[in-house]
Design a protein around this ligand. Sequence first.
Ligand code: AMP
Ligand code: GLY
Length: 425
Amino acid sequence: MKILIVGGGGREHAIAASVAKSPRAEKIYCAPGNAGIAQIAECVPIGVMEFDALATFATEKGIDLVIVGMDDPLVGGLVDVLEAAGLRVFGPRKNAAILEGSKAFSKDLMKKYGIPTAAYENFDSAQAALAYLEGASMPIVLKADGLALGKGVLICNTLEEAKAGVKSIMEDKQFGDAGNRLVIEEFMTGREVSVLSFVDGKTIKTMTSAQDHKRAGDGDTGLNTGGMGTFSPSPFYTKEVDDFCKEHIYQATVNAMAMEGRPFRGIIFFGLMLTDKGPRVLEYNARFGDPEAQVVLPRMKNDILDVMEACIDGRLDEVELAFEENAAVCVVLASGGYPVSYQKGFPISGLERFGDGEQDGRFCFHAGTGYVDGQVVTAGGRVLGITATGKDLKEARARAYEAAQWVSFEGKYMRHDIGKAIDEI
Ligand code: AMP
Ligand code: GLY
């Protein structure tokens, strides 16, 4: 099979590495890819929002399967454009990717179908939102409706902060058009868990659990980022939690989308909070998490192409997902100054320790890297994701931090406590 992967971050590197393990993969292309993906795939310089160029390229190359990894093209309707060109595509169509693309839509869906989530109201005008806040209890959560690079959520402790948040999202358009609508939501507390799943429109199969560390600094301090590291499985995702989610959340979401005439085929990522009243949905994403994919996919035993094709053909019920009885930890190496401002273009050394990307269960997934004069250099805020597997989380963590020392570049920054909560239990 010839496969085209759309995207160019650590998640797409993890997807490409998983695809490369399949005996059915003859040739892998990635648009636009990065310096790490280039070790296992041919990278083509087409941007993820260049829908027509992607369709033309895939048609000309006789691509058998296109995998869309990123949220922006999914929400923008890339799958529909590729399908109209006669291509086979793994990922939700535009009318289903709205599950991630509009938080107001997903909240209304959960309310309508009784899927447990935080209480909320949607607003189209700043005036109405400000009036509502006067009678609301604090803290409170503001969410820009649309995609905002994972940064469109503000947790406000005081009425003043909340009012300022409404103004910056809805009037100053801090997140652009994503802030045309606003969700105001009850503040919840509890452990967060990410559960990714394959969906074929009617059947859902969940993967092993994971947990992200979103804040920039050790001890969950500092600004929110795209994710500074992950571990899998989450020790907090117990059988009891799984049973609850199976009964009230997973299949219910898939059925709700089908009932709405928006059958979902692809990945649903459930962002869950384990509150003292039980699990609640924080958010849905319509794709693999980044860096959740970097700890979940290395543990998957299935041939990913078989599973993706089963999703496209509506026969996921025939598939049994299987994961290694081990654990994985991913430590993100970022550019100093991320997520605010940082320099790019610094040479990265030590990458050869990882061979073609993996060495003895240690993976170097590239996120923001590129080439200058044949030398691999930093090209983004999150530069590399160093993943290691181990017999348990403690061993995986020690191995990941050891391998994180193998590479260096100017300004290299990482958190030192990825997966640390696991040592406390
Ligand atoms: P989201 O993009 O919706 O996952 O939100 C980003 C982060 O904000 C989540 O991972 C949580 O840490 C936090 N968050 C979102 N919604 C709530 C909520 N209702 N209560 C408390 N924290 C929340
Ligand atoms: N790591 C969180 C996300 O991919 O949305």
